[in-house]
Ligand binder design. Structure first.
Ligand SMILES: *Cc1c(COP(=O)(O)O)cnc(C)c1O
Length: 393
């Protein structure tokens, strides 16, 4: 093993041990944070026999999410991926419409576009915010689009550019106001993938409230969890009525009769998951406080390592600090993998960022812009153990 790799490995180990202040043998990337409340609410839920599409926790959890996000309506569903798909479909995506989306994201974002009949069109990432590179996007769109009757098309493929999905990676948010301005100029829809960003704000506005619709995820590794689960953030009364109807099998309200007036989905979150979600969200303030404390320690402790740069909160962004990220200076993929191997072998659960989406075999022929920043980031990003419990130490 080269000296450089060993040095970085021992720097990272020191940084992580010092920042998590954990004496445990294994350090996890992101554990859920539970106490007795989950047990208590689950028991209450089971005792009530209302475990599925009715019960006290469904609305309660949605109302709690509304309080934090200040969205007009929040509709909980079975996961974040279908939440994205529903958003694209209710906003009217047509077959083969293109959706602008960063290559640096979780595969669920891209799968949702495909499942809704669209095609991903990959754009580059900003190295500070880890969101869309806005400057690059603007000049790229100038070059490759043409407007016909107010609708924009990709000149090369001839397809309509229907929407953009900004992703708030690791809870960070870039300049959303600027991004929305661009979307208005070009006239496409914006759906925010805020799967990782519950509790993140840009200029005081919660993630997911800038575009036409936004989504959250409550998968096991997210900042709060319902096992699996997701939500749609909606600020239009008309759309929220439509979404609520469609994700609940399009059933017309009636005390005992079955009438379905559209082809709906069975995507609504059940009462069991909502019970866990409600227990989680009641301590979200505490979880966020612990995560902020852990972030501050990572940030301060990283200053002394010359090969490591901490990825701080972007300007005007209050992040939920879902995952703490370090950039390794001047590194290639091969060496990065060796470092990750060492860390994981020794019980420190660090992860790379996702393999870029335009490299996956299903998506390698999709249209794309120059992706030089994302390619650099893919090599240099290491996600550090970020469980809330470490902030408690
Ligand atoms: C987790 C995640 C999703 C998908 O959420 P699921 O609930 O797992 O379907 C989508 N996008 C991003 C960026 C995510 O991190």
């Amino acid at each position: 093993m080269s000296k450089k790799i060993n040095d970085i490995y021992s720097d990272l180990t020191e940084l992580i041990k010092k920042s998590t202040k954990s004496k445990k043998k294994n350090l996890f990337l992101h554990n859920p944070y539970f106490d007795n409340k989950e047990h208590y609410y689950l028991k209450r839920c089971i005792k009530s026999t209302f475990v599925a599409s009715a019960g006290e926790f469904i609305r309660k959890f949605e109302d709690s999410l509304k309080k934090i996000t200040k969205s007009r309506d929040v509709i909980t569903v079975i996961n974040g991926t279908v939440a994205l798909k529903v958003c694209l479909e209710v906003l009217g995506i047509k077959k083969n419409d293109e959706v602008l989306v960063p290559s640096l994201t979780f595969v669920g974002t891209i799968n949702a576009i495909k499942h809704a009949g669209g095609n991903p069109h990959f754009i580059d990432t900003d190295s500070d915010t880890l969101g869309i590179d806005i400057k690059k996007l603007d000049s790229y769109l100038k070059k490759i689009t043409i407007k016909k009757n107010g609708v924009i098309f990709n000149k090369k493929t001839g397809k309509k550019i229907f929407a953009m999905i900004p992703v708030h990676v690791f809870g960070k948010i870039g300049n959303m106001n600027e991004l929305i301005k661009i979307s208005k100029r070009y006239n496409f829809k914006v759906i925010e993938d805020a799967a990782e960003a519950l509790g993140s704000f840009y200029k005081g506005v919660h993630a997911g409230n800038f575009g036409h619709l936004g989504i959250l995820s409550f998968n096991g590794n997210k900042v709060i969890t319902t096992g699996s689960g997701g939500a749609i953030l909606c600020n239009s009364k008309k759309l929220s009525i439509k979404i609520r109807h469609l994700v609940s099998t399009a059933k017309v309200n009636h005390p005992w009769d079955f009438l379905h007036d559209e082809i709906g989905w069975n995507y609504k979150m059940n009462n069991l998951s909502s019970a866990v979600g409600q227990a989680q969200i009641e301590k979200f303030k505490k979880i966020k406080k612990y995560k902020t404390k852990l972030k501050d320690r990572y940030k301060n402790n990283s200053k002394k390592f010359k090969n490591l740069i901490f990825s701080d909160e972007p300007k005007n962004c209050e992040s939920n600090n879902w995952l703490n990220v370090i950039f390794i200076k001047r590194i290639n993929l091969n060496d990065r993998n060796k470092i990750l191997n060492l860390l994981n072998k020794n019980g420190i659960n660090c992860r790379p960022v996702w393999k870029l989406m335009h490299k996956l075999k299903m998506y390698k022929n999709s249209p794309k812009s120059n992706l030089s920043n994302a390619i650099k980031l893919e090599k240099s990003v290491i996600c550090l153990p970020s469980s809330a419990e470490y902030g408690k130490n």
